[in-house]
Design a protein around this ligand. Structure first.
Ligand code: ATP
Length: 611
């Protein structure tokens, strides 16, 4: 006995004969047989009704696995904007399946949209009291191959249907609401994060403060908002308040004073500089411990957009830039998946402590970033011009660099945090021993096994370890205490490694993967691994070798070039003391006080809306 026979059919008006495209036989809620009658043009079936509704027990075959997933809703509607096109719409736990009911063979007009790609679904009525119809529209951003180009990017697909089965407009609207709710719920379930955090629950719309810096990048952030983001957020049902920043530190002051109970998330549409202000503003609050738990969102509108590129990279998608990156990050923002993200506390000699989410740079990278500011109006190309100019006059920067290595033991500890208790059970650490990519003859296996990492006996000195916890450099400061740092004017803790060389071309600490949209500086970095990737390039590198490294960095291949001047190691804290009285030092691409600096990672201190 069969539970149901669902027939995908159409009755042409002219020939008065029923055209059957496919027959689905369902037993115990599972599809046991599906017959596509593509070879037959028409089949006279006078005894059969023109359509049979598939009910809750229907099933659809999964396009990827071939397995069957239950159809939880089925209906036949016309397409909004063209009442002649009729569709059979099935909702399974994973997909929305739209089959146009035409005389073409079944399958040819079938569209399967993954609910993972759905940002929202809404029901509505039009302003026509004579029309009892209601509508529901679902918005998807599937990754599609770019036309005439390699790679994929997310592109919008909207599916909108007209429901007019009944004369009662309210009943039609209720049906449309039922569909919209079901799509939203299943889409959220598809999305459920491994550690169960979403930007907001489904019981009410998410409320977001969206800060836009109209001057960032080429000065087009507001245009980008109007072109893409306003619509995406409304499709996702995110209620947002647009705040246009008016000057430097405006965002910092706003979040420092804001009533955060009003907001489920704070997002920025700008470069990395605005997020830097937001994070520091949150950590300057007396209630910083709660404030820094506010989910933060990033939409690229600047020239570097390093964090946006990192988030896109972590989502596993192929590299994109410009507006494609914006749409990708907009999609991730609408999906609202929240993950812990590391922050690094930065101590300078006389400025207050800062918090950083991206990088600390001195030497070549910092110089290029700041010297190319004057070309901001040309967007990301400014970095290329700045790089070529700085390469032409390649400099050596003198100073002392020391760090606390991240031991394999530390790195493998899941959820280890300096201060916070937020657990992240999904953190699968892939860290191996710290690696030094320098001349092989200068690297020898670790002799002093305290830290269990490899090092060059020639280039570093190890000191004996002592407890440092009683010497915190952060007593009385807002924000979390630093347990690994001593005050800058005191000698280093004894378990730190001091780099023997004092002549560098660059020193760069990275805690996310990208340094700019097209610079994958730390390919192995993840959001909250609790370490910094420390890179330095020793003096003596040729201009050509330097250029080769920077070009390789576009694809994250610089670590495999075997450049003998490049060193990479994973650290938990570092100290850098430049010898020259003048220079540029940057934190997250922003200039900071030049001079001695030290830094410590705080694992998973903030929360970021990411993929
Ligand atoms: N209305 C404004 N006018 C001038 N500066 C502003 C304004 N709003 C914010 N700022 C400041 O502009 C600086 C740079 O902003 P942002 O990082 O957003 O852009 P960007 O530098 O172009 O991008 P990127 O950091 O990716 O290169 C920030 O320090 C911010 O404080």
């Amino acid at each position: 006995m069969f539970d149901l026979v669902a027939i995908n059919a159409r009755q042409p008006t002219v020939r008065r004969r029923l055209t059957i495209h496919s027959v689905h036989i369902i037993q115990s809620g599972k599809l046991c047989e599906s017959v596509t009658l593509s070879s037959c043009r028409t089949h006279p079936c006078p005894g059969l009704p023109s359509r049979l509704r598939m009910d809750q027990r229907g099933a659809e075959s999964d396009r990827n696995t071939g397995s069957t997933s239950l159809v939880t809703l089925y209906g036949e509607f016309t397409v909004t904007g063209n009442r002649k096109v009729r569709c059979a719409v099935s909702l399974t736990e994973k997909d929305l399946i739209v089959q146009k009911l035409t005389s073409a063979p079944a399958g040819r007009n079938k569209l399967v949209l993954s609910l993972k790609d759905c940002v929202g679904c809404r029901a509505y009525r039009e302003n026509d009291s004579a029309d009892p119809a209601a509508y529901f529209a679902a918005y998807f951003y599937p990754a599609r191959r770019r036309w005439m180009m390699s790679g994929v990017s997310r592109q919008k697909v909207e599916q909108s249907f007209r429901l007019a089965a009944l004369q009662d407009p309210r009943a039609n609207h209720e049906e449309a609401e039922k569909w919209a709710r079901a799509v939203r719920e299943r889409s959220a379930r598809q999305q459920y994060p491994r550690d169960g955090m979403l930007m907001s629950d489904l019981s009410r719309p998410c409320r977001m403060m969206l800060l836009v810096n109209p001057q960032s990048g080429k000065g087009q952030a507001l245009t980008l908002y109007n072109k893409h983001i306003q619509q995406m957020l409304s499709e996702a049902g995110v209620l947002h308040t647009l705040v246009i920043t008016e000057r430097q530190n405006h965002a910092r002051e706003l979040v420092r004073e804001a009533d955060l109970s009003q907001w489920d998330a704070i997002a920025i549409l700008s470069g990395d500089g605005l997020l830097y202000e937001v994070i520091n503003g949150l950590l300057e609050r007396p209630d910083w411990e709660d404030a820094i738990q506010t989910p933060l969102g990033v939409l690229p509108g600047g020239s570097g957009n390093a964090l946006a590129a990192s988030i896109h990279h972590y989502s596993g998608a192929s590299p994109v830039s410009g507006e494609e990156l914006l749409v990708s990050c907009g999609f991730l923002l609408c999906k609202g998946l929240v993950s812990p993200v590391d922050l690094v506390s930065i101590h300078l000699s006389s400025s207050p402590r800062l918090f950083s989410f991206l990088s600390l740079a001195w030497g070549f990278i910092a110089d290029v970033d700041i010297e190319s500011e004057k070309y901001r109006h040309i967007g990301a190309v400014r970095f290329t011009i700045g790089t070529l100019l700085r390469l032409a006059s390649l400099r050596v920067y003198r100073g002392r660099l020391a760090y606390l290595p991240a031991t394999e033991d530390y790195s493998n500890k899941r959820g280890v945090k300096n201060n916070m208790t937020l657990q992240c059970p999904n953190q699968a650490s892939s860290l191996g021993p710290a690696s030094l990519l320098c001349c092989p003859s200068r690297v020898s296996p670790c002799q002093n096994t305290y830290h269990n990492y490899c090092h060059s006996n020639n280039s570093i000195k190890l000191r004996r370890m002592e407890s440092t916890s009683s010497h915190s450099a952060t007593k009385g400061l807002p924000g979390p205490p630093d347990s690994l740092l001593l005050p800058l004017d005191q000698p280093l803790p004894s378990d730190w490694v001091v780099v023997q060389e004092e002549d560098f071309v660059l020193v760069l600490a990275m805690y996310q993967s990208h340094l700019a949209e097209d610079l994958l500086a730390a390919p192995a970095a993840t959001l909250d691994e609790g370490i910094m990737h420390l890179f330095y390039i020793r003096a003596g590198i040729s201009r050509i070798a330097m250029l080769r490294l920077l070009l390789a960095m576009e694809k994250g291949a610089h670590l495999t070039t075997n450049c003998q001047h490049l060193v990479h190691t994973k650290v938990r804290a570092l100290r850098l003391e430049p010898y020259s009285p003048k220079g540029i030092m940057t934190v997250d691409g922003e200039v900071v006080e030049y001079g001695p600096v030290q830094a410590e990672v705080h694992r998973g201190l903030a929360r970021l809306i990411s993929g």
